[in-house]
Write a new protein. Structure first.
Length: 136
């Protein structure tokens, strides 16, 4: 027997918004039974940070490169004493052309090697790994 129209219309969905930023990332969500922007919930509790923050650093440290940790660290947990990767969003499209509104400092940084990747992962993979950590 097919589901009735009234049953389908009462099912609500969860909508998740992810801001994968160059330096910081954030997550928000709302259910379809809510209708206003005031109903949107923003994640403000992140591992490694005691204070409330609407975003976490877009940074990941791999356990395989850091003998002092057993699991990958991300966000606030990927502190400066660990080998970590950030600003990887800027490495996703190597064919992107510099535009008149682009920050010239970023172009200099990209050429200087500051924007680096692990030898075992490409930019898309590092971004995927970070988002996987956020999800879990």
């Amino acid at each position: 027997m097919a589901a009735s129209t009234s049953n389908i219309s009462t099912q609500h969905k969860l909508i998740v918004g992810i801001d994968y930023g160059t330096t910081f990332s954030g997550v928000s969500y709302v259910t379809t039974d809510k209708s206003g922007s005031d109903d949107i919930k923003i994640i403000t509790s992140w591992p490694g940070e005691q204070a409330s923050s609407s975003k976490t650093p877009t940074r990941i440290a791999y356990a395989r490169e850091n003998p002092l940790i057993q699991d990958n660290r991300w966000g606030f947990q990927a502190h400066s004493k660990l080998i970590s990767y950030s600003w990887t969003k800027l490495l996703l499209d190597n064919n992107a052309k510099v535009g008149e509104h682009d920050d010239p400092t970023l172009s200099q940084m990209a050429g200087s090697g500051i924007l680096k990747l692990p030898s075992f992962r490409e930019a898309a993979g590092v971004c995927e790994d970070f988002l996987h950590e956020v999800y879990t």
